[in-house]
Design a protein around this ligand. Sequence first.
Ligand SMILES: *Cc1c(COP(=O)(O)O)cnc(C)c1O
Length: 450
Amino acid sequence: MIAGKTIDEWVKQIPLLASIIQCQEVMWTQKPKEEALLSLPLGKQELEAAGQRWQRFASYLMKAFPETQKDQGRIESPLRPVKKMHERLHKSVGHPLPGQLFLKCDSHLPIAGSVKARGGIYEVLQLAEKLALDNGWLTITDDYQLFDQETIRKRLRSYTIVVGSTGNLGLSIGIIGSRLGFRVIVHMSKDAKPWKKELLRKQGAIVIEHPSDYSQAVAEGRKQAESDPTCYFVDDENSTALFLGYAAAAFHLQEQLAKWQVKVDEEHPLFVYLPCGVGGAPGGIAFGLKQLFGKHVHCFFVEPTHAPAMLLGMVTGLHDQIAVQDVGIDLQTEADGLAVGRASRFVGKWMEGLLSGIYTVKDEELFVRLWQLYDEEGIALEPSAAAGLSGIIRLYQSLAGQQYIAEQKLTQKINQATHLVWATGGSLVPTDEMNRYLQKGFTLISRSTR
Ligand SMILES: *Cc1c(COP(=O)(O)O)cnc(C)c1O
C-alpha cells in the first residue's frame, strides 16, 4: 500500500505509472503555472542575496583556488554552442530538431568539476561567513581573503561539517570545507565510486562508507550532527542553502546568453534540460532561471529509468512520501549522481508549478550520447551529466513533447528556440574511468548500426 492505495489502484488512476514502474523511457509534461513562483517561500530577494554572497567570497576564492582567477573569483563554466552534436542528434533520429543547441559545461566548473561546486561550496561559504560574523572574526566589509589566513582557519578547525553523498556533493564539500579549515566527515553509499573516496581522503576529509543506499547514508549523517552543536549537517534532501547556491547560476547564464546574442523572450523560447537526483541542483537552477526569464524558459528534468524519484513524486503528488523502491524499482544505474530513490523534501513541491516536464533515459542512452558528444565536440561527461543530451529529441519526438509545444503555442517560434543542455559533471573523472565510459558508448553504437 502507498498512501492508502495499492500499486494497481495507482496505475489505474495514473496510466503513465505502468511504464515508469517497468523502467521504460517516458516523457511527462505539464502546463507550468507562472504564478507559482510568487507563492514560494524564497524569491528574487534571496536569489540576489545569494549572488552577493558569492561576490563577497570572490577575493577568497581567487586566492585559495587560483583557477578561479580567470573569472574574477566566480565559480563559472563555459556556455558552448554544440553545432556538430546537434547535427549528429539530427542524423541519429532522421527528423528535424529545430533551434540551436548549447551546452552549459558545469562538467568543467573549477574546484569540484561538477554542478555540486555551486550548491555545496555555497553552503559551506555561508556557514563559514556566519561563524566568522557571529564571532566577530571579521566584518562583512572586510576583504574575505582573511578566510585563507591561519587565524580563521584554526578557529574553523573546531567545527565539523557532516554530509551524506553519492559522491559529487561530498567532493565539493570536502574540498572547500578542508581548505577553509573545517573538519569534514563524508558519509557515502556503497555505489559511490572508489576514486571519489580516494580523492576525498587525499583532501583530508574522513570518509565513512555505508552498505545501504544513499538515503540511509544521509540519515546517518543527520543523526551524528544532531547530537553535537559544533557539528553542521549539509542536508542534501532538505537544504535551501544548496538550492540558492545553484540558483545563482542564473545570473551568469543570463550574461553568457547575451554574449552569444541568444534572445530569450516571447518570440525566442529557451528549453533547458537538467539532470535530476534529489532535485536540489536542477530545482535551484530552474528557480533562478524562472526568476529571470519567467514563462519564456521551459525547464525539463531528466532521470534514469531506474531512479525516477522526482517523476514518481510529481505524478502521484506524493513527492518525498514515495520512493522508487516502493514500486519495485531497483535503483541500479551507472549515473551515480542521479541514483536517488526519494526526492528532496521540498523541491518537488516547489517545482509543481515551475516545471514543464520530466523524461527518463536508459543507461545505454547515456553512454551513447556521451560518446557522441566526445566524438563530435571533444567534451567528456560523466553518465549523469549526459542525461540532458536527449532532451531536444524527446521534446520533438514524443507525443507529450509535441503536445507541450502545441499547448504552449510555440509551434511558430520553434525555429528561433534555444535548447540548453546542462552538463553537470565529468572533469574530475580519472582518465581510465572516462575511457571505459566512452568505450561503452562506442560499443553500443557499433552494435546497433551493424
Ligand atoms: C548531484 C548531481 C546531479 C543532480 O543534482 P541533485 O541536486 O541531486 O538533483 C546531476 N548531475 C551530477 C553529475 C550530479 O553530481
